[in-house]
Every structure is written in structure tokens, then in C-alpha cells.
Design a protein around this ligand. Structure first.
Ligand code: CO
Length: 435
């Protein structure tokens, strides 16, 4: 189970590849790809299908015996984007001796210093010319070899480096691509690289969404191999847990419809057509309701009966920084999935939804923990409350505890991952109880 998480982390260096990987796993299990632009006709209990939006978000459904209006639905959502650096247009910058670096723009909120001095590479999507201007072709890009590095400044140029350094996103964070050593390479190095990788003519490359990623594969460490070391644990570990639960849940025709929504752009506020702020999920749910011969009233009834688990990682108590955590309620690494509360409602959890999740963990036989911020620490936010402001679901914000959230290399717990999959599987399997 943990090897399958490591494999998933390695094949999903960015949002587009994560979406493609989830789609592949779903298809291998018999889920069918539905095109959102095609009509949605009748839907039967046991049907398994998924939609994508923008190639960077994915919405999977396993239809239950109860129509949506009667049974509601069980939703697990997570996000597939992580903090990184986007390659800017005209990215190549040439310096003395032919050294070429790439101009980048920060995506989300990375801990900048963690991106120094480690092998990096490129992944994303490339858009190619076709005969139909309105429908260019999209190809995924995943350069699997180390290709770039952002070298830090030697300590001899800044003796105060260990006392804290202010970093410029424009000056300090640009990765080195190579040294130009021939006339031929003078122009469009990056485009040639992409063209060679995809086997296409560079004149056909119209544009791309390409990002840096940490090229060192995910691995386990610790005395008992109890820790996971990887980029993008936030939130691909929760994506993997949700996907595994959906694929493992029994029986083939559940009582209640299972939904998994993997959104993009959580790290930049979710307000895109493929983010949790988008009406896309709500419109698909309405269409499913209609395809079951239900009315708008049935759709609104479904929302009242549904339950959402918004799964995004939580902060594990860090032994070097105990003062940053709430004195009475903090989550321990290996202590199980964490319910997140916030009085300012940055998290969707309340006593009712938390009680439901506690019950799910009890039934699954796994421990469950709670997290609140130290009151002098602002803390983060997630997608649960953004989704519920347009889709008014009862739901809980939770996630597995990790260290170094938004580092290029985060640390998670093997045990917690297994606990989380058990809890999610139990949630999807809960029978329908009338009333
Ligand atoms: Co997150």
C-alpha cells in the first residue's frame, strides 16, 4: 500500500500528471471517462465514471442503489496542486560563459530555501497546433531525468547566511539549465528540449504550462521506515488515500453514491474553473440527478443528505518547535487522521461533522486526532470551506499530519497513511439508513 503511494508520488510531479495518474487507476478498475460536453443520459446503480476539467481536476462517481435525492452522496475531496515554480514565457536568460538559467514565477506558497541545491526537473502540459484553431492538442510533459538546479550562494559571500536570509523570488530562485556550447543551441533551448522530449516540431508548440519539480524520488526513512519523505505529500497523499478507498470499497454497487473530487489550484485560492470554488462539481451532480429522472428538488435534497470529507494535510507536532503548537491539542505523527477546527471558520469542521468522522474512524478501527492553531499563529486554510460556500454540505476538514508543509520535501507517516485509507474506505462503505 505504501509502495503504491510512493509510485503515485513519483508519477505525479505536477497537477496534470496527478490527474492523468488518477484517471489511469480509475480506468484500470473499470471507470469510464465521460466527456462533460456530451449529453448525460440514463444512469444506473453500479455505474462508474469520471469527468475531468482542464486536464488538472478529476471527479469520479460510483452510483449507489439509492437515487441522489433519497440517499445523498458521500464525497471525499482533495487537491492535486502543490507549491512550485512556473516557467515564464521567454524563460531563457543567458549569462557569462554561456550559462543559461530559466525565468520562473512562484506558484502557491513554497518554502523557497528548500528548493536550493537539489536536482530538479520539468513537468506539465504542452499545447500543440492542429488544423482546428479552437481545439489545439494537449500533450503531457514529464522529463524524468534531473535537468536543473538552483545553486545557493556560497557561505563565503554571506557569512550571515545561517542567521536568516531574505530571498528575492525574481533574483535568487532561478534554476540553471545548462551551458550553451554551440551556435545551434543559441536560441530556443527550452523549446528544443520540449520538442525532443515529445517528438514534435517546435513550430507546432503554441504554448505550455510547465513547472519545476523535485527530481529525487519519494522514499521511506526512519529506524523502522516509519516516515515518508517526498515532495507534494500535501496533498497527493490524500489524493492517493481517496483514490485507493474508492477502488477498494465494497460492494460493487454501494447503497449510497460515492464521489471523489480532486481539485486544482487550492494553493492559489481555488477560484478557477477547475478549483473548489468552481460550479463544475455542482453542475455535474445536478446532471446526475436529472439522469436519474430526479428534479431540482431531488438535487437540493441530495445536498442535505450528503456528507463531505475535505482531505488536506494537517501539521504534525514538531519536536523542535513545541512553542508553535496549541498547548493542549496538537496532532502527533503516527497518531492517525486529524480533524481540523478553526473558530474563524477557515475549516468546515463543526461538532456535528467532527462527531461523524470520529464515528467513521471508530468503525474503521483507527485512531483519530484533533488540531487547532496556537491562538497567536494565523495558520492555513483549505478547500472545504470554499466548496461549502457554494455547495452547502455538512462536512469535515481533516488530513494526515505532516512536517514541513510546503517544503520541496515534506515528511509524513506510513501508519497514518494506512489509517486514512481505512477510514475513507469505511466511509464509502457505510450502509444507507433510512430516516
Ligand atoms: Co494542501
Amino acid at each position: 500500500m505504501v509502495q503504491s503511494l510512493l509510485d503515485f508520488l513519483n508519477e505525479a510531479p505536477v497537477n496534470f500528471l496527478a490527474t492523468a495518474s488518477v484517471a489511469r487507476h480509475l480506468e484500470e478498475a473499470g471507470f469510464e471517462h465521460y466527456d462533460a460536453s456530451a449529453p448525460l443520459f440514463s444512469i444506473q446503480p453500479g455505474d462508474m465514471f469520471y469527468f475531468t476539467k482542464n486536464d488538472s481536476s478529476i471527479y469520479a462517481f460510483r452510483i449507489g442503489r439509492q437515487p441522489l435525492g433519497e440517499g445523498g452522496f458521500r464525497l471525499i475531496c482533495a487537491h492535486c496542486d502543490s507549491p512550485t515554480f512556473r516557467i515564464k514565457p521567454n524563460a531563457e536568460m543567458k549569462g557569462d560563459g554561456g550559462v543559461v538559467k530559466l525565468n520562473t514565477e512562484v506558484y502557491g506558497g513554497p518554502i523557497l530555501s528548500t528548493w536550493f541545491d537539489r536536482p530538479l526537473s520539468l513537468a506539465g502540459r504542452v499545447v500543440l497546433r492542429t488544423d482546428d484553431i479552437m481545439n489545439p492538442m494537449t500533450r503531457l510533459l514529464h522529463i524524468k531525468e534531473p535537468l536543473l538546479q538552483i545553486p545557493s550562494l556560497a557561505i563565503h559571500f554571506n557569512r550571515q547566511v545561517n542567521d536568516g536570509v531574505k530571498l528575492s523570488r525574481q533574483k535568487d530562485m532561478l534554476p540553471i539549465l545548462g551551458i550553451v556550447n554551440s551556435e545551434l543551441e543559441e536560441n530556443n533551448m527550452l523549446l528544443h528540449l520540449i520538442g525532443d522530449e515529445l517528438g514534435v516540431d517546435i513550430d507546432d508548440v503554441l504554448d505550455f504550462d510547465v513547472y519545476l519539480y523535485d527530481a529525487t524520488p519519494a522514499c521511506l526513512f526512519g529506524l523502522h521506515k516509519e516516515f515518508i519523505s517526498s515532495g507534494r505529500l500535501d496533498d497527493l497523499s490524500m489524493v492517493h488515500a481517496a483514490m485507493t478507498a474508492m477502488l477498494d470499497a465494497q460492494p460493487d454497487i454501494p447503497d449510497v453514491t460515492q464521489v471523489m473530487a480532486i481539485f486544482d489550484n487550492e494553493e492559489t485560492g481555488s477560484n478557477t474553473k477547475q478549483g473548489a470554488g468552481s460550479p463544475f462539481l455542482s453542475s455535474v451532480l445536478q446532471r446526475i440527478c436529472h439522469a436519474q429522472s430526479g428534479s431540482m428538488d431531488d438535487y437540493y435534497r441530495a445536498l442535505e443528505k450528503a456528507f463531505m470529507i475535505s482531505a488536506d494535510n494537517a501539521h504534525a507536532w514538531h519536536p523542535n518547535y513545541a512553542e508553535k503548537y496549541d498547548p493542549t491539542t496538537h496532532a502527533l505523527m503516527g497518531g492517525g487522521p486529524v480533524i481540523k477546527y478553526n473558530a474563524a471558520q477557515k475549516y468546515a469542521s463543526d461538532a456535528v461533522s467532527a462527531a461523524v468522522f470520529v464515528g467513521i474512524c471508530e468503525k474503521a478501527g483507527v485512531p483519530c486526532q484533533r488540531f487547532v492553531n496556537h491562538s497567536d499563529v494565523a495558520g492555513g486554510s483549505t478547500l472545504g470551506n470554499i466548496l461549502t460556500s457554494s455547495l452547502p454540505l455538512c462536512g469535515v476538514d481533516m488530513g494526515n499530519p505532516i512536517w514541513a508543509m510546503h517544503s520541496a520535501r515534506e515528511t509524513g507517516s506510513v501508519k497514518d497513511h494506512i489509517y486514512c485509507i481505512k477510514a475513507f474506505t469505511t466511509f464509502y462503505e457505510l450502509p444507507y439508513i433510512e430516516g
